[in-house]
Write a protein that binds this ligand. Sequence first.
Ligand code: DHB
Ligand code: MG
Length: 221
Amino acid sequence: MSAEQWAAVDDYLAQKLVDEDHALRTARESSSDTLYPGIDVTPTMGGFLALLVQITGAVRILEIGTLAGYSALWMARAAGPGARVITCELEERNADIAQENIDRAGLGEQIQILRGPAAETMQSLISQGAEPFDLIFIDADKKSNPDYLDAALQLSRPGSVLVIDNTVRGGAVIDASSHDPDIIGTRRLMDRIASDSRLTATALQTVGSKGWDGFTLLRRT
Ligand code: DHB
Ligand code: MG
């Protein structure tokens, strides 16, 4: 199958199954104004995150990598008015765009953007003794994923669910000789997961409008 066919099927499935309203669509489209256009989650992935929130009953949600706020909107909507989404973003420009999208969606009470390097933000949440999160979505710089996992585990409890985006990278994850920091980070992430007996994990490959990638799903036992 070609990339065009993957994208066409993704579009078809999203149109049939994923209910994206004006605020969500505007947020997704505004990702082209961020510093990293085109790397937001797809509508089908947004729908997946929303279902995961509802299936797990998550009400305390942490996101690493806000971009335009599209995935945070999906998760906050799914979690309902009593829930809280804390989302970490390094880039001021992205955070400004996300804040506009959050305000437009009327989710300013539920979603809080914490600006700055996520590793530092997570450390300060740990030292403040933040309540554990029910669901943590990691979708930022891939080279830091081993560190994000370590910090996320300190911000979780038995039963917490973690989703880590982009762990296949067009198949490059199996390249043990790669010098790409993102691939090295992804492979270290896999090694950490494999060696942590607290974690039950799997990973699914995806094709669609963003090509060939995938995500890793974990539950802390
Ligand atoms: C990249 C980052 C993402 O979060 C994504 O979903 C796709 C690509 C990237 O940095 O290339
Ligand atoms: Mg991603």
